[in-house]
Design a protein around this ligand. Sequence first.
Ligand code: SF4
Length: 396
Amino acid sequence: MAAGSNRSVGPASQGVFPGWEDPRWRGRLRTRLGTWYDKTARELPWRRSRNPYYVWVSEIMLQQTQVATVIPYFERFIQQFPTIAALASAREEQVLRLWEGLGYYRRARQLHRAAITIVAEHAGRFPDDPDAVQRLPGIGRYTSGAILSIAFDQRQPVLEANTLRLLSRLLAYQGDPRGSAGQRILWQAAERLLPRHRTGRFNQALMELGSLVCTPRQPRCDQCPLQSLCPTFVGGLQAQIPRASKRVEFQDVHEAAIVIWQGDSVWLRRCADGERWAGLWDFPRFPWPNTDSDKSSTAKAHTILRRQAQQQSQVGLGPLRPWTELKHGVTRFRIRLSVFQTNTRPPRLRARKKTDTTAPLPTGDGQWIPMRQLQEIPLSTTGRKIARLVVQHLDP
Ligand code: SF4
């Protein structure tokens, strides 16, 4: 539905607070929220201007990531790529290297692809047409609304984790806010609340209040400028609203990573599209072949892993030597990573590919990487931990 529609979120029939029908209630809410935001808004680097490129980069980085984590990444990113054109002309590996550690790397690849599209189709200027914005890779309704309201003062609503929680409480909505009915009601509410002007400030104020005051557990209602307007506070329903989402079922995964040495180089492969670390480099990594822990099955597992690593790297390998174990969580996976090292077998089964210490940054599926290049290559999170071990091993 277009911004500015008059369709109501509907009070009692949809299980929401009937106060929404009262324009004075909505007016008071806007005024109090705006005054609170003007006094308390955080100084954040992407708020220093309304440059749509800065707003866009910050919004993408902030998805699933805390503000404090994002700040140094944002500063480095903008310093390295100060314009959309600079980002578009970078290699994907440079972008991923700057993103390393921030997680959800698909965001970085889509940001890069979108920058290329903007240069090709919009002469390098961020578009201000909602349809054009939402056609860009990685930009959905929320991100589009945030950019267009903050940078262009367009009357576009936003709904993300913080506003979803805040609006659910202001509506006293007890249904599932992530279900289709809940989403429809909340988007309508976000749209209906928008003022005529300074919509970017208003949307940021909603997100800021949700993030700092109307927190998931134990919201700070005593500091909330909307307390006397809030039906959830009045009803003491903060613990029940919003309805909890399904608990994530964590899955334990055991994998093996193998450091293959050849002189001062190690063999790495670039993860393909669809893999967990798509676009990043990693040491050869395989699912653990079996779950038994007795001696003979462990030896069998080592044999299988060595054979897989030989097939992947196309070199003969010596026996695997256990090195260390790492633990790491990615989305719903809890990964136990057993790290081995081995050497290529000299001289009869020497590597087919020789180390080329003058090679540029690798682009193929697998390659020998000289130690001094490890720092420049975007690695998976565990890949980076192993790379540090590799460097310490040679230069303790
Ligand atoms: Fe959230 Fe409490 Fe404010 Fe209501 S009064 S909006 S529950 S912080």
